[in-house]
Design a protein around this ligand. Structure first.
Ligand SMILES: Cc1ncc(COP(=O)(O)O)c(C=O)c1O
Length: 488
């Protein structure tokens, strides 16, 4: 199968032109020797720029266009746009392609910060849909068909509906139904598919956004599809959203110095997924299922699978994600993350108060899985000391969704002041606060700060989890909307 972009680059570099253009390191000759040796001549030879023979991501007409067309075929889209600015860049493009100042967009509240950033840039008004909260696991899932139906009935003038599918934890909604309902209002469905590039390539995984009929999907090829970090695609189908508008917006949001190493990795990852993806994913699913079974036999540790499906928010799940619940060990997920790092040389994908998440991909083997099982078994031996009767009393907490008092853009540009975070209850936030990963905001600009959410933040901070967002990195202060007192 062809890889026109990668092959075009190889052909160009083999002709050894004398380079009087950027990048100035010129095949590594003009750079730090230790880094040059480490990264190697092959990578440096294709670290090039958009000179005429190499096409231009901003106006693709040659080898980049051919590579994007082949990607569209592989992903079942009408058009594919390569993104060298991650899925964040692709998400911002999706949102800004459908809505502008004052226009409504329907979004689940547990969205990645790039969605809220795009809403601020666009000046759009978010209409939030509550995600389903899982009190057993302490995580948010997707949105239900019913809540989408209600939101559309109330806001038929919305310009788009955003769906996260699958979620970071691999949970899928009934996307086909959600698309059908949204299209009955002629409203385009934009899917944050950051965690689902692989699902398109095996029928034992939930349907992909394109298979479910969604209009657009921002898909992280780099996360689970084998391309290099920061490289993603934006897939588009149908005619609810104009291809030309998407092309011009992605160009507005993209660096003019596009990395050909990243672009070539997208071209080749597409080939690999299209040719090997199905069979390799079959092995990945089996590996993950076997591991899940073994984890479930470790005292104090559970790893949910298809038994949690409920026809609503947990309509389907991606079995290659291992949600490992450790709440019965009486330590936080973050402590487990650290323990596994220090005692088993294992790095997990993320941890929160109650879980760790491990991803199983085409890069895994029985050996890597055995190391995880051994690490978790050792962990259980050290920490599983809770008595049976205590277990039923463990309740997990998920943050409340705050009330939006003004539009995120108004709040972002309003007159503000900085106050102590622990005294901010009742004020309107002008900043984001989130735990990263997963990067889902606890507060966004414009929301009323509630004591319950502050308590959740402090609990996460005390557990050592990475709370981020405010200008003040110590998180003792937060920027809020200035309140004007009446003049006496
Ligand atoms: C749900 C979700 N959407 C979007 C993104 C952004 O993806 P990227 O890091 O490729 O910009 C992430 C990243 O973790 C994510 O978890």
């Amino acid at each position: 199968m062809r890889t026109p972009l990668f092959n075009g680059l190889l052909k160009h570099t083999q002709s050894s032109p004398v380079q009087f253009h950027i990048p100035g390191h010129k095949h590594g000759e003009g750079m730090d020797p230790e880094f040059k040796q480490f990264i190697g001549p092959n990578a440096l030879s294709i670290d090039l720029i958009n000179i005429a023979p190499l096409d231009d991501l901003h106006h693709p007409h040659g080898m980049i266009k051919e590579a994007q067309d082949l990607a569209a075929e592989a992903f079942g889209a009408d058009h594919t746009f390569f993104s060298v600015q991650g899925t964040s860049g692709a998400i911002m493009t999706m949102i800004m392609s459908v809505c502008g100042p004052g226009e409504k967009i329907l979004v689940p509240r547990n969205v990645h910060k790039s969605i809220m950033s795009a809403i601020i840039f666009a000046g759009a008004t978010p209409i939030f849909i509550h995600p389903e909260l899982d009190e057993e696991l302490g995580i948010s899932h997707g949105i239900t068909t019913d809540s989408v139906e209600r939101a559309l009935r109330t806001h038929p003038d919305a310009k788009g509906l955003v769906v996260i599918n699958p979620t970071y934890f691999g949970i899928s909604a009934n996307l086909e139904d959600i698309v059908r309902i949204s299209h009955s209002y002629d409203i385009p469905v934009l899917v944050d598919e950051a965690h689902g590039v692989h699902i398109h390539f095996n029928e034992n995984l939930p349907p992909s956004a394109m298979q479910a009929g969604a209009d657009m999907a921002a898909t992280s090829v780099h996360k689970l599809g084998g391309s290099l970090t920061q490289s993603s695609v934006l897939n588009l189908q149908g005619d609810r959203v104009s291809y030309l508008r998407v092309q011009s917006i992605i160009s507005m949001l993209t660096t003019t110095s596009t990395s050909y190493i990243l672009l070539a990795s997208l071209d080749t990852a597409r080939r690999h997924l299209a040719m090997e993806g199905h069979d390799q994913l079959e092995d990945v699913i089996k590996l993950a299922d076997d591991t899940r079974k073994k984890i479930n036999s470790i005292p104090g540790i559970t790893c949910p699978g298809k038994e949690i499906l409920d026809e609503k928010a947990i309509f389907d799940l991606d079995p290659t994600k291992l949600i490992i619940s450790i709440k019965e060990l009486n330590i936080s997920g973050y402590e487990v993350e650290k323990w596994l790092r220090n005692h088993a040389n294992i790095e997990v994908e993320l941890s929160d108060l109650y879980n760790i998440l491990c991803i199983v991909t085409m890069g895994d083997s029985r050996e890597t899985m055995d190391k995880l099982i051994k690490g978790l078994s050792d962990l259980s031996e050290v920490f599983y000391y809770l008595r049976e009767e205590q277990l039923s009393t463990i309740r997990v907490q998920v943050p409340n969704i705050p009330i939006l008092a003004m539009s995120p853009r108004e709040a972002f540009y309003a007159e503000t002041e900085v106050i102590k975070l622990d005294q901010s209850a009742g004020r309107i936030s002008a900043e984001f606060i989130m735990i990263y990963p997963p990067g889902i905001p606890i507060f966004i600009p414009g929301e009323i700060i509630e004591q319950e959410n502050l308590d959740y933040i402090f609990k996460n901070m005390a557990a050592g989890l990475p709370v981020q967002g405010p200008e003040d990195h110590t998180l003792t202060r937060i920027r809020v909307i200035r309140e004007r007192k009446a003049i006496i």
